[in-house]
Design a protein around this ligand. Sequence first.
Ligand code: FPP
Length: 281
Amino acid sequence: MENTAQMNALLETMTPDDPAWELARALDPARLPKHIAIIMDGNGRWARKRSLPRAAGHRAGVEPVRATVETCARLGIEVLTLYAFSLENWKRPRTEVDMLWRLLRIYLRKELPGLMRNGIRLRAIGRLEALPAAARRELLEAVETTSRNRRLLVNLAINYGGRAEVADAVNAILAGARARGTVDRLHVDERMIAAHLYTAGLPDPDLLIRTSGEMRISNFLLWQIAYAELYVTETLWPDFSRAELLRAILCYQARDRRFGGLSQPGEGSVLQEPVSAELAR
Ligand code: FPP
């Protein structure tokens, strides 16, 4: 019942001539992913195709962030994790990196009222201590301001690296054991590592989307995506539309998720969902 209400909340924002209309109607509201993670790639290529500076591509990348957050909130997705800046992105020219921090601050100021209105909680994952002071301060303020919202959790992965996250988790476990004087007896298992990741307590991503065609993970959520379904689209991030997001979710719903086991009859087989599979193509 609640699921159908969420689907209606999405359909209310569209008319039947919207390219996303049929896609939204084809979704199974009972089998939505709980957690969607996105590698937002292709801002630079989008700008180059238009003979614009790379900064223009990053600026154009803000609108799809807004639209994706809104659509996920309306659908009732629990967690959306966006890869905004990797540990490796410091290798880019200083001017581009500075521009990305400015863009983050502009985004936070502009979007905060909408995040509050729509019950969206913002969090940041990554080595935030290395951010420029002003960007870090404003980010942490936005995290605090939205901390009591309960609709959709948006994780911004900023100065994030998947290997660094696992290393940070192991060091946190070691520090805890040292403080308790139990290092000699320490035995680390998967549950302990998961409980010390930046995403502790959150469901693992069910669906990982990457834009602009590259077949790579780029050090994103390495631990958490063990069983995520991958969806790679040629679309460049600034062109990533609501229809494209719904197509990715439909494609996810047509997959047979086995988690290393065997198929459950009646669950997620492409043959049983010809409409979804067709639309997702
Ligand atoms: C990848 O494109 C994009 C980034 C490294 C930055 C992501 C930033 C945004 C989408 C802007 C707004 C986001 C927030 C949260 C304020 P690329 O530069 O790697 O593109 P290329 O591979 O075509 O060069």
